[in-house]
Design a protein around this ligand. Structure first.
Ligand code: 2IT
Length: 445
């Protein structure tokens, strides 16, 4: 690591000592940047790293709402506008009890590099709330979303900051948020992505993160002279992302043997069928956050309270939440013959796990592999600006092209800097260079 990087990292740790997830994300990126930092003294001169680790703006606000019993509830809302060097802030909203400023700063920081990799003009941002949608009625979710947007609407805009979904925020929530924005601002614009079809949503957006991560895996396998057909796959999660991945994997002839929820995991030795994939949507809609019912319905095994990384698989796709796959899980996967891990959740693997896996197996970092979701959000923004709508085939073809560009950019950049096959370094370097050059060109701001 260069002296400059060490100094910035030490400052980040001192200044944000109570933000472990943010520190983890910064360390993961900065520890790979030495080759470009050393070759480009203009970055240090312009204090690019010091500026990149500080969000341009952070908004924190009270979200009061009334529950079905008439009781006033208060949650905390956030929007972290991290970096607008290459486009308006762009990134999802997460509604989950684990949401803290540290979590949203790590997500906004990662989003900046991810969005840079997509080839589209989007800056990085992230927001959300510690609101837990689990068990809430539709009316409660609507009132919460309206209150959240009442404050958020002052800070976003189609050319300023364009939020979307993330964990706990899907089509329903985006609809309520959009309705409230339109009402407050009296304008119908593409201020959110992941909207419903009738009001400007893009085809393929719901599937995009999951499809994209599988396309990315296919491009990696191609480099290794292998095919995804016939591969045994373990997924974690059963939400929107895991569903999209499962759908594409089943279409391509992979054998999906595991999905998981907070209650445990499902082991389906025969491999998931299209009916199983469709049933994931029903589980999701039940709003109970459990996968157990899948077992009885499809004659599969339910393993309570455990993670799916103990099953034998060729490829693992963590699709749930940050730090869901740790060093011990990584060792278990490798011992069981796993040859590829495609991080699909943001920072799904702990630093230990990444260090263990990267090089031992083909390892795809989340900011590259899961960028298909935000990429199709970028395509939704384009369609909204042009006031037209592309067909599903058109969007899917563009998504595939974008995932190929991301793959090749990460692969070629790693090779250029003498780290062939290291997608972690390649993605960080490629994502960084574009943002850094834009920042240098725009002066001190
Ligand atoms: O982590 C992510 O990239 C997302 N949650 C999607 C963000 C977006 O703006 O579509």
């Amino acid at each position: 690591m260069s002296k400059y990087i060490e100094k910035v990292l030490a400052d980040v740790k001192a200044k944000n000592a109570n933000e472990p997830e943010f520190i983890q994300a910064v360390e993961e990126v900065l520890s790979t940047l030495a080759p470009v930092i050393e070759a480009n003294p203009q970055y240090e001169k312009a204090a690019i790293l010091e500026r990149m680790v500080e969000p341009e703006r952070t908004v924190m606000f009270r979200v009061p709402w009334v529950d079905d019993n008439g009781v006033v509830q208060v949650n905390r809302g956030y929007r972290v506008q991290f970096n607008s060097a290459i486009g308006p802030y762009k990134g999802g909203l997460r509604f989950h009890p684990t949401v803290t400023l540290s979590v949203l700063k790590f997500l906004g920081f990662e989003q900046t590099f991810k969005n840079s990799l997509t080839t589209l003009p989007m800056g990085g941002g992230k927001g959300g709330s510690d609101f837990n949608p689990r068990g809430k009625s539709d009316g409660e979710v609507m009132r919460f979303c309206q209150s959240f947007m009442t404050e958020l609407s002052r800070h976003i805009g189609a050319d300023t900051d364009v939020p979307a979904g993330d964990i706990g925020v899907g089509g329903r929530e985006v609809g309520y948020l959009f309705g409230q924005y339109k009402r407050l601002r009296n304008e119908f614009v593409g201020v959110l992505t992941g909207k419903g079809r009738p009001f400007g949503g893009s085809l393929v957006r719901p599937e995009a993160t999951g499809y994209g991560t599988v396309y990315f895996a296919q491009y990696m396998l191609e480099k290794l002279g292998q095919d995804i057909k016939g591969k045994t796959v373990a997924l974690s999660g059963f939400g929107n992302v895991a569903w999209g991945a499962a759908q594409k994997l089943v279409q391509l002839g992979a054998k999906v043997v595991a999905i998981s929820g907070p209650d445990g995991y499902i082991y389906d030795e025969k491999g998931m069928t299209q009916e199983g994939v469709d049933y994931m949507l029903e589980l999701r809609a039940s709003n109970n956050d459990v996968v157990e019912p899948y077992a009885a319905k499809f004659g599969a095994k339910f393993v309570k309270g455990r993670k799916p990384w103990e099953v034998k698989c060729d490829i693992a796709f963590p699709c749930a939440i940050q730090n869901e796959l740790n060093g011990d899980d990584a060792k278990m996967l490798v011992e069981n013959g796993c040859m590829m891990v495609v991080e699909t959740s943001n920072m799904g693997c702990t630093a230990d796990a990444v260090n263990y896996l990267n090089g031992r197996v083909a390892f795809a970092p989340g900011k590259a592999a899961n960028a298909g979701g935000v990429a199709v959000s970028g395509l939704e923004m384009s369609q909204n600006s042009m006031r037209l709508s592309w067909s599903a085939d058109e969007v899917d073809a563009k998504l595939k092209d974008i995932m190929k560009s991301i793959h090749d950019n990460a692969y070629d950049t790693a090779e250029k800097y003498g780290m062939k096959g290291n997608y972690v370094a390649g993605a960080n370097l490629a994502g960084f260079i574009k943002v850094a050059d834009a920042m240098v060109a725009q002066g001190v701001c």
